[in-house]
Design a binder for this molecule. Sequence first.
Ligand code: HEC
Ligand code: HEC
Length: 289
Amino acid sequence: MLIRILIAALVLALGAFGGLYCLSEAKLRDVQADPPFVYPVTINDTSIERGRYLARTRGCFGCHGQQLEGKNFADQWDWPVRAIAPNLAEYARDHDDATLEAAIRQGIAASGRALVSMPSYNFSRLSDANTAALIAFLRSAPIVANELPTPRLGWRARWEVAFGGYRHMEDWADAVPQLRIDPHAEPDRARGEYLGMTLCNECHGLDLRGANLFGEPTPDLAIVSTISREQFQNIIRTGTGRGDRQLGLMTLVASNRYPFLTATDIDDLYPHLTTLAGEPVPEDVFWRP
Ligand code: HEC
Ligand code: HEC
């Protein structure tokens, strides 16, 4: 009798885990891929330099290692995923352009499943030319060997994906608003919008109007209209806010990434962000619940 109860319990448990596994897999595979990336990737000094600048300012080194050798986030992130940022120099040799583009801009892994930890939504508005330059740089970077464990999605993460309303990266990347300023009519403003939407929307909301989804809430970047050009430059260059305030994650990324922004980048970014104050803040967006 006892044996039968034990067997029944075991079968039930296996069924539950199996169901959870299948449901979370189905959600991760529920992605809408764009047509394959066909923009030509040319490897020359100019594209490699451009790609290096993009990788530096967009934080690829911070997460994938200073030599792109990959990084194990298992002990660092409070998220039940054994997140392993792969060795990008190696990955770029092993995968074609379309696969790289799908991971970078669309949040879709080579396996066809959605990514869960990589912030592709911050890169989804990168231009085709810049995406190609980034790929050219990664593919020409020297490969530094690095042993990395196999990534694994824990059961709690699977639960979050299946039932907890956790949005995967393809959903996030899809939700980033389109760029609105016409680069032919207003080239400087368009450059400012482009920089904001590929640098700052990782934390300040997909539309730059603030986020309070997790971690510290971040301000609506319309706040820049109350900050002088000089103060703004100081915040970006040092990651220290007004009144010498430390800004958490922003302090961290500013010191790693923003020293590589050019003076022209800051000149373009500042005036665009000040114009946000004159625009309505979109409501009903998931990053401002
Ligand atoms: C906040 C950390 C972070 C940043 C910034 C980041 N990545 Fe990642 N990346 C990851 C993690 C973690 C993974 C592993 C997949 C996952 O868990 O989502 C990953 C996976 C990838 C993959 C492999 C996708 C696959 O097929 O599994 C590529 C390609 C990639 N990243 C490229 C880049 C590039 C290029 C940049 C810079 C533009 C970048 N990443 C910036 C954390 C990051
Ligand atoms: C990795 C996350 C992250 C990124 C990327 C990021 N920020 Fe921030 N930012 C923050 C956080 C966190 C705060 C502080 C929130 C608080 O404590 O009020 C902040 C605060 C600010 C402030 C207010 C400073 C003050 O004195 O009150 C400005 C301005 C700002 N960010 C501009 C930017 C701009 C422009 C970019 C893109 C170039 C950017 N941030 C990118 C996380 C980020």
